[in-house]
Design a protein. Structure first.
Length: 243
């Protein structure tokens, strides 16, 4: 008589891997996403609007006739109207009269604020204003080309300023896309708090995933092109110095 082989005992179902289970949405992740989105929108508005004003495509082109300037230096934070060539200019604020190119707009209390720490158009304008034969660091009556916005703000026209602002604006577009997963799925950039970014993105509806992908694409491609544009301007500046 042949004995039958013992039947294999049934394998109990394995317990689910807790590590593969995504974390639930974290409220702090949603609030973090809202903060990132608001900050990104503010930077996008500032970057692209300033780039448009610096290009002269919008606004009113004209000249500012300087009457007085106030200089803030980065060394010690002192403010003075005199010339301090050994110190770096942090901010130059000039007041005077703005007159549009067609003569239709005249603002006798116009004010131009230039940031010496950012370089680009502001830095060039500071060098232009201060490169005058005057102990005060500026010459009353000196005229500089500017562009006036609808609210009265003055901007210098500069390709370098345009490139800098475009880099800033497109960089913020990337963060705007990132904020969608934070708001929609409670993702927070800290391990163990809410789902990871990939897990959170999978939890989003298709339209939200597509929106995030497009924002990442637009921001990434735009940032790369803006950086290339900025590098080309830098090399063009070096070439002009050698000629």
């Amino acid at each position: 008589m042949t004995s039958s082989a013992p039947s294999a005992s049934p394998v109990p179902p394995s317990a689910p891997d807790s590590a593969a289970t995504p974390e639930p949405p974290a409220p702090i992740g949603r609030w973090f996403g809202v903060a990132v989105a608001l900050a990104a929108l503010a930077v996008i508005w500032y970057g692209f609007s300033t780039a448009a004003m610096s290009s002269g495509l919008v606004g009113t082109r004209g000249e500012l006739t300087i009457s007085t300037c106030d200089t803030q230096y980065t060394s010690g934070g002192s403010r003075s109207g005199g010339s301090h060539p050994s110190k770096r200019v942090g901010e130059l604020s000039c007041e005077g009269t703005f007159r549009s190119s067609d003569g239709e707009v005249v603002d006798k209390s116009a004010r131009l604020v230039l940031d010496g720490t950012q370089g680009g158009g502001d830095g060039d304008a500071i060098d232009e204003i201060r490169d005058q034969a005057d102990d005060r660091g500026y010459t009353p009556g000196y005229k500089i080309d500017v562009n006036r916005s609808s609210d009265g703000g003055l901007y210098v026209t500069s390709w370098l300023s345009i490139a800098n602002c475009l880099c800033l604006g497109f960089f913020a577009v990337i963060f705007l896309g990132y904020s969608i997963t934070c708001v929609g799925a409670g993702h927070f950039p800290m391990k163990g708090v809410g789902p990871t970014h990939s897990e959170g993105t999978a939890m989003l509806p298709k339209w939200a995933r597509d929106t995030e992908s497009w924002l990442w694409f637009i921001g990434g491609v735009g940032l790369v092109l803006a950086i290339i544009f900025r590098i080309l301007l830098m090399f063009a500046g070096f070439a002009s110095l050698l000629m």
